[in-house]
Design a binder for this molecule. Structure first.
Ligand code: SF4
Ligand code: SF4
Ligand code: SF4
Length: 386
């Protein structure tokens, strides 16, 4: 298939052909609003007109955060995020790669996992008082790459594993001994959104077989990006009946009385809707209802919340620059403006990118805020065992 044919196919699958050229997407886009020379409208137009050179050579194909904010505002229901996925696959085939922060080390680890020959230590983090089964069980808990993030970002005091540990602790409280597998591999989300479908496919095959082989009827996921991948990209790949794929907030909320939550010291929190959980999957209420179910916790919404929420601008470990920093700082200012003591997140990457922005010596005290994973807030409130 030629590049022009690829573009026409992408235009069909994303509805780019329906574009009115109104420019609402560009007016809405947080990247364009920073002043960066980037316009989703121009990419849509170039796709419809078959201008592959413009798309592949303007150096901006990886600037998009794939946050889906423009999709929400488009009057013609153009799915720009879907278009971006297809354009990046084309770009990857043509050798156009994103600029990867951290020397591309994260992508290298993901590709090592896709290769399948690397031995991993995925279980060393687990405290001895937690109960989990490495092979079989009714509920599979998906840890994602939290252990890698904490190892990669010690200077950011990344606390991804605290959220993972808290989630397993909460499941244990419900009497569940989840499968936590040493053979789990990266879900491939970032490689897919970087355009590397071949590596993604290898990871997808391995992970779907792993969960199917565990016999689990339910797959509980904390990371917003892993959840999107499982719900949209992986679910149709199960040969038999797929397990129920559910976010940790939804699962814990359904069994809130069984968690035996105790009243805690008053805590004012605000909540960051991760793009993948919110706009990609429409999950807005369960995290909020779970927080509301903890006596003592008060949720104060940021100016932009739910479908209008701002992004952590980390994208897929690509194109991180001063414009991304601008987006992060402006979101942190919103969080601080609520007067909340803690910014609660439901995605380990939101935490990492915001922590990184807070560590920047050029930003001041006015954007500093404590951050915790949603599951940590729940686990902290569990009544002691009698
Ligand atoms: S908002 Fe939709 S219709 Fe308007 S320019 Fe963007 S893609 Fe086209
Ligand atoms: S998905 Fe987000 S970052 Fe990308 S063009 Fe749309 S609004 Fe901008
Ligand atoms: S914001 Fe995120 S991607 Fe950018 S340098 Fe910091 S940790 Fe890396």
């Amino acid at each position: 298939m030629t590049l022009t044919q690829d573009l026409l196919k992408a235009a069909g699958r994303s509805r780019a052909w329906a574009c009115y050229d109104c420019g609402k997407c560009t007016a809405t886009c947080p990247v364009s609003r920073t002043g960066r020379d980037y316009s989703p409208r121009r990419h849509v137009l170039a796709t419809v007109l078959g201008h592959e050179d413009e798309i592949l050579s303007d150096g901006k194909i990886h600037a998009c955060l794939t946050c889906s904010l423009c999709d929400q505002r488009c009057p013609a229901q153009v799915r720009y995020t879907d278009l971006m996925l297809l354009l990046r696959e084309m770009a990857h085939r043509e050798g156009v790669e994103p600029e990867c922060p951290h020397g591309g080390a994260l992508q290298s680890v993901m590709r090592m996992m896709a290769g399948g020959k690397t031995e991993q230590d995925r279980m060393g983090w687990m405290p001895s008082d937690l109960r989990a089964d490495p092979e079989k069980g009714e509920v599979f808990y998906w840890t994602g790459c939290s252990m890698y993030y904490d190892a990669f970002f010690p200077e950011l005091e990344s606390r991804a594993l605290r959220g993972t540990e808290a989630a397993v602790r909460a499941l244990n409280r419900l009497g569940i001994v989840p499968v936590v597998s040493p053979r789990e591999r990266c879900c491939g989300h970032d490689l897919l959104w970087n355009g590397d479908r071949a590596s993604f496919e290898r990871l997808a095959e391995h992970n779907v077989d792993l969960v199917a082989g565990s016999g689990a009827a339910t797959l509980v996921v904390s990371c917003a990006e892993c959840l999107r991948t499982w719900s949209i990209d992986y679910a149709p790949r199960f040969k038999g009946k797929a397990p129920r794929i559910v976010h940790i907030s939804t699962y814990l909320l359904e069994r809130l009385p069984d968690l035996r939550i105790a009243a805690r010291e008053p805590l004012r929190v605000t909540y960051q809707d991760p793009c993948r959980l919110g706009r990609h999957l429409g999950i807005y209420d369960p995290p909020r209802e779970l927080l509301a179910g903890i006596p003592g916790v008060e949720l104060i919404e940021m100016r932009h919340a739910r479908a209008a929420a701002g992004c952590c601008a980390g994208g897929t470990w690509s194109d991180c620059d001063r414009f991304a920093k601008q987006i992060q700082v402006s979101r942190l200012r919103e969080a601080r403006a609520t007067g909340a003591e803690v910014l609660v997140t439901a995605c380990p990457k939101c935490q990492i990118h915001f922590r990184c922005a807070m560590k920047d010596p050029k930003v001041g005290e006015e954007v500093q805020i404590e951050m915790r994973d949603l599951a940590e807030i729940v686990a902290e409130a569990l009544a002691p065992n009698e």
